[in-house]
Every structure is written in structure tokens, then in C-alpha cells.
Write a protein that binds this ligand. Structure first.
Ligand SMILES: [Mn+2]
Length: 255
């Protein structure tokens, strides 16, 4: 799958040189606006901080438009849920999944146009970090990564470019973080984890807020992890009725 959005990288994909200030990367919101406000408030975000959302702002949770409008004030990478809304942009509401139609009813053109402008990755050179929605394949520079991998990567078997859900992965396919050796430490969401995954070359921060888990951020350049608990389970738990699969370093995901 080719995608011109990041080729060449848009100006927003690379941070301006900055002598001080943090970069705060925030996990999948899925409409969890109360928790997002609480997290940014706890971090005492100021205008000298850079805030980057990992995508999947919408669907499932209670305040989808508010999450989009919050992210529009900062930076965001495209998530597979935003991409899905772009692909369904001209589909009549009655032909969409009810949850997706509910999102579309609260969004306007300005929001979808903003989705269409989102980069597939953001670089934070000062911290040698890359922000993507889902993951990357090993041995490919970021600008050669397939858009499908950036949006969906979970269990892979390089050099094959396919990816499987952990629950559907054949023998020998393992979570992408086991394969990626840099360059750069990749911050990602998309896969709901039972706790943040912190490894040498990857940091996973989707801790399933909309499923009653928590909303997690990683604060650069110190790589500090900060989470706030979900106020409730908005969509149904990942973990009951779905199985838990080991990902890496003792961290499991729900799939
Ligand atoms: Mn996702």
C-alpha cells in the first residue's frame, strides 16, 4: 500500500529545533476526553511542550468530537480508525457500523479534512523517537514502511509484510517489537496492553482507557510514563471474552 502523505514528510512531521520543553505522547483516546484532559492537566502542559497523540481518537467511547478538537490543537498521527472514516467518507450512515455512524454524526467536514492531513509518523529527533499508530517492520527506514504496517502492525514474520492479530497469528509470527532493533525507539498505540510496554527500541502506551483500563502518556526526553485511570468501562472490557496474549517482556495484550 503506497501513501503519499508522508513522502516527502510534511513539515509537521519533524519538530522544530527547540532548546527546552517536553514532548508528550498520548495513547489511544477513543472518545475518552475526560481522561485526556485529566492527563494533560496532571502533566501541567504548557505552550512550550509538544503534545502528540498516537491516533484512534474516535469510535467506541463517549466524547469523540471533543477528542478530535483537542488533538487539533496539538499534533497527531493517523490511526486506523481515522483512516477507516476517510475510506467511508461517502458511505451513507445507514450502511456503516452503528458505532462508526455514531462517530460520523458528530463530525463535520473540518474534522475529516484534518484526518486527511495527518501524517503516518512523527519524529522526535531530540529523543531519537518515532511516533506511529501501530508499529513498524524491521530493516526498513521509516519513509519506506508500508502504510498498512504503520496503521495495523501486530504479529509479523519478516520479511513478509503481512500482520496478524495476536489471536489469529500462525505459529512463528511474533509481535513486531520483538523484531525492531532501531534506528529509533518507536512509541506506539493500537494494541491494548495490560500495562505499558517499555523495551529498548519500543514503548507501547495503549492501556485500554475506553475498555476501563487507563490512559497513558510517555514524556520525552526522560521517557517517563504517566497514566490516569479510566473513569469507567465505556465499551466493554478487553479481557473478558477475549484472550490475553504475551507480547514481550512479560507484557500481554488483549486480542
Ligand atoms: Mn488502532
Amino acid at each position: 500500500m503506497s501513501d503519499a502523505r508522508n513522502n516527502p514528510a510534511p513539515p509537521s512531521a519533524t519538530s522544530p529545533p527547540r532548546a527546552f520543553g517536553r514532548t508528550i505522547v498520548v495513547g489511544d483516546l477513543h472518545g475518552c476526553h475526560d481522561e485526556a484532559r485529566e492527563l494533560l492537566s496532571r502533566l501541567a502542559v504548557t505552550s512550550s511542550d509538544r503534545v502528540v497523540f498516537v491516533g484512534d481518537l474516535v469510535d467506541r467511547g463517549p466524547a469523540r468530537r471533543e477528542c478530535v478538537e483537542l488533538a487539533m490543537q496539538h499534533e497527531c498521527v493517523l490511526g486506523n480508525h481515522e483512516e477507516n472514516h476517510l475510506r467511508q467518507r461517502r458511505r451513507p450512515l445507514e450502511k456503516m457500523k452503528p458505532d462508526h455512524a455514531a462517530t460520523r454524526r458528530v463530525l463535520e467536514d473540518v474534522h475529516l479534512n484534518w484526518f486527511a492531513s495527518l501524517p503516518l509518523w512523527v519524529e522526535v529527533p531530540d529523543a531519537n523517537a518515532l511516533v506511529v499508530h501501530a508499529g513498524v517492520l524491521p530493516d526498513l527506514p521509516i519513509h519506506e514502511q508500508p502504510a498498512h504496517s504503520l496503521l495495523h502492525a501486530q504479529c509479523v514474520r519478516p520479511p513478509d509484510r503481512k500482520s496478524y492479530w495476536p489471536s489469529k497469528a500462525p505459529e512463528g509470527w511474533t509481535f513486531w517489537t520483538n523484531h525492531w532493533k532501531g534506528p529509533g525507539r518507536v512509541i506506539f498505540g493500537h494494541t491494548v496492553l495490560d500495562r505499558p510496554l517499555v523495551s529498548r527500541h519500543a514503548v507501547g502506551i495503549d492501556t485500554g482507557c475506553v475498555h476501563g483500563g487507563s490512559l497513558t502518556a510517555v514524556v520525552l526526553p526522560d521517557w517517563e510514563i504517566v497514566s490516569v485511570p479510566a473513569r469507567r468501562d465505556y465499551f466493554g472490557p478487553k479481557g473478558s471474552g477475549v484472550a490475553r496474549y504475551p507480547v514481550m517482556n512479560g507484557v500481554s495484550c488483549f486480542s
